[in-house]
Each structure stands twice: as structure tokens, then as C-alpha cells.
Design a protein around this ligand. Structure first.
Ligand SMILES: Nc1ncnc2c1ncn2[C@@H]1O[C@H](COP(=O)(O)OP(=O)(O)OP(=O)(O)O)[C@@H](O)[C@H]1O
Length: 285
């Protein structure tokens, strides 16, 4: 059982079809009141399994060598979460307690390995198997269990490790560190130039500038970068970093160009008219 996510919500892990052979489980969020029938229909829907077939959850208690010792079918109204709570926490004998989804043929016969969409299995592998195991994901879209808690935990873990940037697909989340990180120097400008041609790099504000710049060249259309956040969250700093990278790109490698200085110098002039002190920012504009 995974730790409870928020008030009375738990993650039930269910081993399904071909995936279970690889010891990969599907995670379903449930409460103590959720029945096994509800979890089964949730998985059937999520995996687009054959709706005409009959499926059931089985509780399997196995040993370290993958040899199943005991198994029992859950009745439709049994609560898997309540059952999980009865599983012993410390298991010195290394027994494992698991739920499996099975296709029920009749009251006595079931099938573990039923037909699943091959593309779905492939997607599943990409999403779950090829993940770093340390639970720190540079893109929130890669989170196996995406909910508010895991999202915040991931952002926190990255922030603590000094990674202030995280992607959500093509969106970049920037957490204000309120201290300087040496990640904006010419070495980084160079690293994130034309990064489409290079290896996958960690999330960075320069990558956003680089994408916008190359989309502009490719599509020959104006590009727009939306920067949003509460007062003091780092919008102005982010804008400066974007300009820094964009001007470096347009100068084809010569940094600190005159164009950048001209644009950045406009800041203090605008500030002189629209500067204010807010609860979170002494220098709000
Ligand atoms: N990437 C960063 N690295 C280090 N410090 C940062 C970064 N982003 C922001 N800061 C710090 O946070 C302060 C506030 O940031 P900034 O002025 O950019 O916020 P803002 O979102 O523009 O606020 P407002 O909406 O009130 O104008 C900066 O003066 C700077 O000290």
C-alpha cells in the first residue's frame, strides 16, 4: 500500500495482465469505502479492456521467489483499502501482498494473461519503466501517480536538490530560490542554444527562449511567451533571463550584446514610473 495521499485517499496497486509479469502495477486512488467492483471497472475503463468479459480482483500472498502461496478472490463489495490495512507492515519472511486483476472464466477458472492493446502496453512501458527511480521527475507529465500531493512532493524534492525549473509538457515551472544559482553564464547559454539538435537537457528558462526563437525562424511567425505568477515569484527575473538568451541567440554567440543592454536598460526607466513595494517584493513592477 502506498501512503495515503490526502484525507482518507489511498493508492491501491493492482497487477494487471501482461504487465504483472514485469512486476509493474497500476495505481488507483481509492478510499476505505471504494469497493473492489469499483476498482475493477475503473481499470477496465482506463485500459479499454473487453467490457463483455468479467473481471475480478484477487489478493495474492507470495514469497520472495515469485512463487504464489495463497490467493483469494475478492467479492464485489469488499474494500481493497480496508484489506490492505490488515496486511502486516513488517514482513521479516519477505512475503508480498498484492492485488491482481483477473479475467473470470467461471467460478473456478480465471485467466491472468488476457489480451491488452499492444500500444497501451508500449505507452505504459515508456511512462513507467523508463523512469528514473528516485522519484524526481523533470517533467510532471511523467509522474506515474499524478495528483496534487505527488506534484508538490516532486517540485519540493527538485527544489531541495537545487533544481528550480520543472516542465509540465511544454510549460516551465520556475520556483524562486531567492538566491543566485550559477546557471545563467555563457556556458549555459551555449548549452541551450539549438538544443533540439542536442541531447535532452534539464529544464531551464533558456530552453523556453530557444524554443520560441527557433519556432519563430521555422514558422516565420511572432511568438509569445506568457509569464505568470504572484508578486515576487520571479517574473521580471525570468523575463531578463529570456531576453538574455534571445539576444545571445540573435547575436549568434556574442553575449551581452548592445540590443540586450538597450532592452534591459528600459527596465529602470519603467520602474521609475511604476515601481512599488508589495508584501512579497520590495521591487515590484
Ligand atoms: N531565478 C532566480 N534566481 C535567483 N533569484 C531570483 C530568481 N527569480 C527571482 N529572484 C529573486 O526574487 C526577487 C523578486 O523577483 P521579481 O522581481 O522577478 O518578481 P516579480 O514576479 O516580477 O514580482 P512583481 O510581480 O511584484 O513585480 C528578485 O529581486 C530576486 O532577488
Amino acid at each position: 500500500m502506498m501512503p495515503s495521499t490526502e484525507n482518507n485517499r489511498y493508492i491501491v496497486q493492482v497487477y494487471v495482465g501482461a504487465l504483472s509479469a514485469l512486476y509493474e502495477a497500476l495505481s488507483v486512488e481509492a478510499s476505505k469505502q471504494t469497493t473492489s467492483e469499483e476498482i475493477v471497472s475503473c481499470i477496465v475503463e482506463r485500459l479499454s479492456l473487453n467490457e463483455n468479459a468479467s473481471y475480478e480482483l484477487a489478493e495474492v500472498i507470495g514469497d520472495d521467489f515469485g512463487q504464489e502461496c495463497k490467493e483469494r478472490s475478492l467479492s464485489a463489495h469488499e474494500s481493497p483499502v480496508q484489506l490492505m490495512m490488515l496486511w502486516p507492515k513488517n514482513r521479516p519472511d519477505h512475503t508480498s501482498y498484492r492485488f491482481y486483476l483477473r479475467e473470470k472464466v467461471n467460478d473456478y477458472v480465471w485467466r491472468d494473461q488476457f489480451v491488452m492493446d499492444p500500444q497501451l502496453i508500449k505507452d505504459y512501458f515508456h511512462r513507467f519503466l523508463y523512469q528514473p527511480k528516485d522519484r524526481e521527475y523533470p517533467d510532471l507529465c511523467q509522474l506515474p501517480d499524478l495528483n496534487e500531493q505527488t506534484l508538490l512532493d516532486n517540485l519540493r524534492a527538485r527544489f531541495v536538490a537545487g533544481h528550480i525549473y520543472t516542465y509540465v509538457g511544454s510549460i516551465l515551472i520556475a520556483l524562486n530560490p531567492f538566491k543566485f544559482y550559477p546557471i545563467y553564464n555563457p556556458k549555459y547559454v551555449k548549452l541551450y542554444q539549438n538544443r533540439r539538435l542536442g541531447p535532452n537537457l534539464p529544464p531551464h528558462i533558456f530552453a523556453v527562449a530557444d524554443t520560441a526563437y527557433h519556432c519563430m525562424l521555422k514558422d516565420r511567425k511572432n511568438q509569445c511567451i506568457v509569464i505568470s505568477g504572484e508578486s515576487g515569484s520571479g517574473k521580471t527575473e525570468s523575463t531578463n533571463f529570456l531576453l538574455h538568451h534571445l539576444t545571445a541567440l540573435s547575436q549568434k554567440g556574442s553575449h551581452g550584446s548592445g540590443v540586450e543592454q538597450t532592452i534591459l536598460s528600459a527596465g529602470p526607466v519603467l520602474e521609475a514610473f511604476g515601481n512599488a513595494k508589495t508584501a512579497h517584493n520590495n521591487n515590484s513592477r
